[in-house]
Design a protein around this ligand. Structure first.
Ligand code: NAP
Length: 252
């Protein structure tokens, strides 16, 4: 009898910032593969509830929780209640993030603090909380969402790119720390994906961007989510400390 690959049946996953964009795509794909998904948001409750409804209408299981990644105690509580309710935590997708663009000379300390607090400290706080039950269970999959600009740079995104590059360094450390407990830690680095985060770009910026993408188009959340679901699967058991680029060839 053949067995379907990449099934997440029986797995429990947390997707931070799973109410919109790439996070929502991840939540939907993980649920489609059979995982029970806890998706978080901070402000957009309506979008979060809609994401849950969409997953349930496809026969999946999901729950929305308001939890700010920038507040570590909320991440600890999120993991605790998830384990209490569903018995275990197998997958964390540390996706929640914000973008504030601007040239270095105009960089405001408040913007830098907000980017570091949400994108970097938030990702690490969620991983720190999630790794505890994963260690105990001797099984875990942590997937960080970085960005192409963390590796290739982009004028006007110094602070944002710094947080995204830092995530890659951190992921490699965490991968080494918990490999002996069978917790794998990988990074997905999306290129330019059609979400609320990228809709504000001017047509001129979009045109010049497309010229640099060999596949000649921006990406979709589902295309990032497919890679995340693969890394979350049992079959990805020998992959850790890696950066998987989903960018249409923009950066190789
Ligand atoms: P998005 O459409 O703006 O969605 C962001 C999500 O994160 C929302 O669910 C939002 O919830 C949540 N969020 C924001 N701040 C949060 C916080 N402090 N705590 C918990 N949740 C929070 O963004 P996206 O484009 O999907 O981006 C998702 C991730 O991919 C980010 O880390 C981003 O840096 C990265 N990325 C995006 C692209 C791209 O082209 N779009 C490319 C590379 C990397 P609320 O609605 O409640 O605020």
């Amino acid at each position: 009898m053949s067995v379907a690959m990449f099934s997440l049946k029986g797995r429990v996953a947390i997707v931070t910032g799973g109410s919109r964009g790439i996070g929502r795509g991840c939540a939907e794909t993980l649920a489609d593969q059979g995982a029970t998904v806890v998706l978080t948001y901070v402000r957009g409750e309506a979008a979060a509830l809609e994401a849950v409804k969409s997953i349930e209408s496809r026969g999946g299981q999901a729950k929305a929780v308001q939890a700010d990644v920038a507040i570590s105690s909320e991440m600890d509580a999120l993991v605790e209640t998830t384990v209490k309710e569903f018995g275990h935590l197998d997958v964390l997708v540390a996706n929640a993030g914000i973008a504030i663009d601007g040239l270095l000379l105009r960089l405001k300390d408040d913007d830098l603090d907000a980017l570091v607090g949400t994108n970097l400290r938030g990702s690490l706080a969620s991983a720190r909380a999630a790794v505890k039950p994963m260690m105990r269970a001797r099984y875990g999959r942590i997937i960080f969402i970085s960005s192409v600009v963390g590796e290739m740079g982009n004028a006007g995104q110094t602070a944002y790119a710094a947080t995204k590059a830092a995530i890659i360094g951190a992921a490699k450390c965490i991968a080494r720390e918990y490999a002996s407990r069978n917790v794998t830690v990988n990074v997905v680095a999306p290129g330019f994906i059609d979400t609320d985060m990228t809709t504000h770009m001017s047509d001129a910026a979009k045109t010049s961007l497309l010229a640099g993408i060999p596949l000649g188009r921006t990406g979709q959340s589902a295309e990032v989510a497919a890679a995340v679901a693969f890394l979350a699967s049992t079959e990805a058991s020998y992959i850790t400390g890696q950066v998987l680029r989903i960018n249409g060839g923009l950066y190789m």
